[in-house]
Design a protein. Structure first.
Length: 115
């Protein structure tokens, strides 16, 4: 059974920093493309960042380039999202996704950035 568990969300002020983690189990993590998505209230879910198995191919949405960093530790079956210089518009539920089979999602972690 595939499980993805996000953690690290919380309330921060504008300009603050958070590090999200997504712990995966039940899948071949070290060969799986992983991604972070977010969904703000009243908006559609959008892709934030993605990373291939080795970390050699990384994707960032334009709105996070230069502020967010995705990384992974295959020994710990965990993918991270380092978020710096947070803005109120970054407020959303952040989801981890494993791009295998039909795709698997975690339940999300809430990030709230106050102005």
């Amino acid at each position: 059974q595939v499980q993805l568990v996000e953690s690290g969300g919380g309330l921060v002020q504008t300009g603050g920093t958070l590090r999200l983690s997504c712990a995966a189990s039940g899948l071949p993590f070290s060969s799986t493309y992983m991604g972070w998505f977010r969904q703000a209230p009243g908006k559609e879910r959008e892709r934030v960042a993605g990373i291939n198995w080795s970390g050699g191919m990384i994707y960032y949405a334009d709105f996070v380039k230069g502020r967010f960093t995705i990384s992974r530790d295959n020994a710990k079956n965990t993918v991270y999202l380092q978020m710096n210089n947070l803005k109120p518009e970054d407020t959303a539920v952040y989801y981890c996704k494993a791009a295998i089979n039909m795709g698997y999602w975690g339940k999300g972690t809430l990030v709230t950035v106050s102005s």
